[in-house]
Design a protein. Structure first.
Length: 252
């Protein structure tokens, strides 16, 4: 995909959760290419630092595990204080997420809660940590990664779909709360994307997935990264509270 430098991103400071691989990594690369200083998070400091080193000197990796809310809240307080000292945060991308698939009748409460904690409560905790600084500076761009299954549903993913649907309500409510402070809040809802997760799907099941996509291909991480970068850029300064679907036409 042709590299594009998105307007208004250069010299901004960005945080991308779950930025060490897949979609998050592509988003971080796009922001670095556009001139941003990018902080990426991963569950382990080793993964985060390894990915940051590959992204170049404009990137830094830090550890953040959102699956345990109490510990995550404490870690976020530390990160927010560090970033405030460095000059604050301009761009926030909530990409980190997890799945624990299973039919509802067989799904344990632990499987349900772990996904809700990591995907939805995690997004709330990260946002809460950094929105006060954006309000003080009267500028901010927040993008959350929802999913096509938030609207369509998917058998075996009730916990994941619920967390991603909840994120859409969160985006629209938060957008109303902070719009007067110069902060926009939007979501990108990817369809099925060619990542490590989909590569593990057996070929027959993968072909079934493709039958659902009018464009007849899986998305690339860069497809999602471009949509996120657009919403973070000056080109989208008058867009807030919206969900941008990037799914090859699955849900039209």
């Amino acid at each position: 995909m042709t590299e594009m430098k998105w307007p208004g991103i250069a010299s901004r400071r960005a945080l991308v959760t779950g930025g060490s691989r897949g979609i998050g990594r592509a988003i971080a690369q796009t922001l670095v290419d556009s001139g941003a200083e990018v902080i990426i998070t991963a569950r382990t400091v080793e993964s985060a630092e390894r990915a940051a080193a590959e992204l170049g000197p404009s990137a830094r990796g830090v550890d953040l595990d959102l699956s345990e809310p109490a510990r995550a809240e404490s870690r976020l307080a530390e990160l927010a204080a560090e970033i405030k000292q460095a000059g604050g945060l301009d761009l926030l991308v909530l990409n980190a997420g997890m799945t624990r698939d299973g039919l509802v009748m067989r799904m344990s409460l632990a499987q349900w809660q772990e996904v809700i904690d990591a995907n939805l409560t995690g997004a709330y905790l990260v946002t809460k940590a950094f929105v006060p600084g954006m309000i003080r500076s009267r500028f901010g761009r927040i993008v959350m990664l929802s999913s096509v299954v938030a609207r369509m549903g998917n058998a075996g993913q009730s916990n994941y779909a619920a967390s991603k649907a909840g994120m859409i309500g969160f985006v629209r409510s938060l957008a109303r709360e902070v719009a007067s402070r110069g902060i926009t809040v939007n979501a990108v809802a990817p369809g099925f994307v060619d990542t490590d997760m989909t590569k593990a799907i057996p070929e027959a099941a993968r072909n079934k997935l493709l039958e659902l996509v009018p464009l007849a291909r899986l998305g690339e991480p860069e497809d999602i990264a471009s949509a996120v970068a657009f919403l973070l850029s000056d080109a989208a300064s008058y867009i807030t509270g919206e969900v941008l679907d990037v799914n090859g036409g699955m849900d039209m």
